[in-house]
Structure formats: C-alpha cells, structure tokens
Design a protein around this ligand. Structure first.
Ligand SMILES: [Zn+2]
Length: 299
C-alpha cells in the first residue's frame, strides 16, 4: 500500500524514491527506517524549511467543529505513527498538510535529527547567543543594545522537534550591502555548488555537535531533495559537484520530491526549467556520483 505513494528506482545499489508531493516522502523514510537498527538522520535540500508542526492543519479543522486543544490533538495524531505499520503511515500521509512531514517523522521516531539546507529562512534555528542578543536589543529599543552581535561558532540547544534549520547569509563571497535581487539569483544558482554546501555543512556541524554529532555525515542519513530548490539551469549544473556527489554516495537512500507547481512558481524569470527536466538532470548526477564511487572502489 505504501508503494502507491512513490516511484522506486535502483541504481548501483542506491535506492531512490521519487514522490510528487513532498509529504509522501514519509512512506519511503519509514521503509528505509525499517531496514536500519536506528532512526536515520535527514539532510534535506529544499527551497522551503518544511518545518510546520505535524497535523496542526488537520487538528485545527477537527477542533473547529468539536472544540478542544488543536496542539494536543495534533500531537496525539503523531503518536499514532508507527514506522512498522503501513496503515498508520498511510493515514498520516493523507492527513498531513504542506510542510508538516519532517516534524511528523522526527517526532514519531521515523527520523532522528533533520538538517534543512534551504533558501527561505536566513536565520535558521537561532543560537543561544542570538536569542540573548535579540532579547537585549528588543528590551533596550530605541536605545542601542548592550551586547555585541554574536559571531560564529555559537551555542545551540537540542531542539524539541529534532529539526535544525541551517542559517545562511547570501551567496558565498557576496559583499553587496545591502543584498539585492542580483544576490537572490547568485545565491540560488549556488545551491549545490561545493563551496556553498561546504559552508552549509560546516554551519550544520556547529549545530549538530550539541547533540553529539561531530558532523552531519557521521551517522546514517537520508538525502532528501525537493526540486523546487533549483531555480535555474545554472543551479542544477554546479561547476564543482564534489560535495553534492559525496552526499549522494554516502546516503543510505535518496528521496526526491518533484513538486512541479512549486518549481514553476519559484524558478527565476525566463528560465526554461520544469520538474521533469530537473528530475532528469538530478538522476544523471546521482548516476555519475554513484558510478564514480564504484570506479574508485574497484581500482
Ligand atoms: Zn548578497
């Protein structure tokens, strides 16, 4: 029954699961989880953060009719998810709304920690220092804050939902002040360049070390890619794909959300791209990454 939610491809021992709507990825995540002795982490590359509270949309509808606490009801729905029970997963997928799937998976134990590389929230999970700075600035307004803006590396709490949204500044090397529309294009075009992913993984490691992970690749992980992270031809054709290829090679499995409508909405002006073309290109990258790894092993 779960097989109805995705298309499965297999290449050189690498499992690739393709879904049209991102929340259906919960099905392959659960299947991958079943084959491991512990819940894998998730490294996701997406335009959005996809970190809404699981089932809150559905719970709001329910409590509107019958009263009660929507948050509590939403949490009780998450508790029903059992990664070994197809029916509970199918129910979950049918009742999750946009952007609620990561929270559903981490809270229910299908995933351990999730790390989101994304383009829509520059701040990401705020550090302890950033929260103190923001509180000080707000308390003293309109006087200047007494604290200096914090510098990396910073301190991070273990998030209750096990989801780390990784921060970003702009395109690597951007010196424009203020950042402008050209920045958005430069930044988007860099999404899977090694120089950009290396910076994102370093930021992720600053966060993950507070939950006992020296870096994001030390424990089994699923690489999850939403095609709406790619806004141009340039974005899907990195000049240096080595870090992206390493993430592909070392992943337990790969999930891809095609999200064709989001791709159309988010692509840069006049870019002749669509989900079909991006998927095709991504599959070629996956084949190159995996077969290059194979060739290196047999030498
Ligand atoms: Zn910029």
């Amino acid at each position: 029954m779960l097989q109805n939610f995705f298309q499965h491809r297999h290449f050189f021992g690498k499992d690739i699961y393709i879904v049209d709507d991102h929340h259906k990825a919960l099905a392959p995540w659960a299947l991958i989880r079943r084959d491991l002795d512990r819940a894998p982490n998730l490294i996701t590359i997406d335009h959005h953060t996809d970190t809404h509270e699981a089932f809150l949309g559905h719970a709001h509808l329910k409590t509107m009719d019958s009263g009660g606490d929507a948050w509590e009801l939403a949490r009780s729905f998450v508790k029903r998810i059992d990664c070994r029970d197809d029916q509970s997963l199918a129910w979950a997928i049918e009742h999750l709304r946009h952007d609620e799937h990561i929270d559903a998976a981490t809270i229910s134990g299908v995933l351990n920690y999730a790390f989101c590389i994304q383009l829509s929230d520059s701040g990401g999970n705020p550090s302890t220092e950033q929260q103190a700075y923001d509180a000080d600035r707000q308390a003293r307004w309109p006087q200047p804050p007494t604290l200096l803006p914090p510098l990396r590396p910073m301190t991070y709490a273990d998030p209750a939902n096990h989801v780390f949204v990784i921060s970003h500044d702009c395109a690597i090397g951007c010196t424009r002040m203020p950042h402008n529309d050209d920045c958005v294009v430069e930044h988007g075009n860099m999404i899977i360049e090694s120089i950009y992913l290396n910076d994102q993984l370093a930021r992720g490691a600053e966060m993950s070390r507070f939950v006992g992970l020296a870096h994001l690749e030390v424990q089994p992980y699923i690489l999850d890619i939403d095609l709406d992270a790619f806004h141009s031809r340039r974005a899907i054709e990195p000049a240096d794909p080595s870090t992206f290829y390493r993430l592909i090679r070392n992943a337990e499995a790969i999930t891809v959300a095609t999200e064709a409508e989001c791709v159309d909405e988010l692509k840069f002006d006049d870019e002749p791209i669509d989900a079909e073309m991006l998927l095709d290109r991504l599959m070629t990258h996956i084949e190159s990454a995996v077969s290059a790894g194979r060739a290196a092993e047999t030498q």
